[in-house]
Design a protein around this ligand. Structure first.
Ligand code: FES
Length: 165
């Protein structure tokens, strides 16, 4: 990774914006892979503005690398004031904001953020249209609980083989 990007990431994670659960969020999306411990959850809260429903606030929690945290910090700022449609149109390389382009091996960090954002916005759309599968934000386990549950499931699939001597 080049030095200037590394510096920007360090600066972003030294003072991450919008980290933590968002009280009274309208929607939430979680993506990740508990096998490698990378999980990201993003909350979104909307408001009405001159007849448009726009994103008022967004926040995140992450079990990801520093790059994922830095991108989530940027992205939660960038989507403020956008409609769900406008935010959904943003690709992972736009969500990196001031970080700029990421090297190939770090692109999935931004895709993690993009995935969580899409999941949150799609969940809100389902809620608004009454589609099945809409998530009630209050009933969601914490990110730590989700990760532990997934790990327990994964452990349940492990078989310990004893070697016969
Ligand atoms: Fe996997 Fe960044 S989220 S390396």
């Amino acid at each position: 990774m080049d030095e200037s990007l590394e510096k920007k990431i360090k600066e972003a994670i030294a003072n991450p914006k919008n980290m933590g659960e968002l009280a009274d969020a309208d929607s939430m999306g979680t993506v990740g892979n508990s096998d490698c411990g990378e999980m990201l959850r993003l909350w979104v809260k909307f408001k009405e503005d001159h007849g448009r429903k726009i994103i008022d606030q967004a926040s995140f929690q992450s079990f990801g690398c520093e790059t994922a945290i830095a991108v989530a910090s940027m992205a939660t700022e960038l989507i403020r004031g956008k409609t769900a449609k406008e935010a959904l149109a943003m690709r992972h390389d736009e969500l990196t904001g001031d970080l700029g382009a990421l090297p190939p091996m770090k692109i999935h960090c931004a895709q993690l953020v993009e995935g969580a954002l899409k999941a949150a916005l799609e969940a809100d759309n389902k809620k608004a249209t009454g589609a099945p599968g809409a998530t009630v934000v209050e009933n969601i386990p914490s990110l730590v609980d989700s990760l532990q549950r997934d790990q327990q499931i994964a452990q349940g699939k492990l078989r310990i083989l004893k070697e016969d001597k």
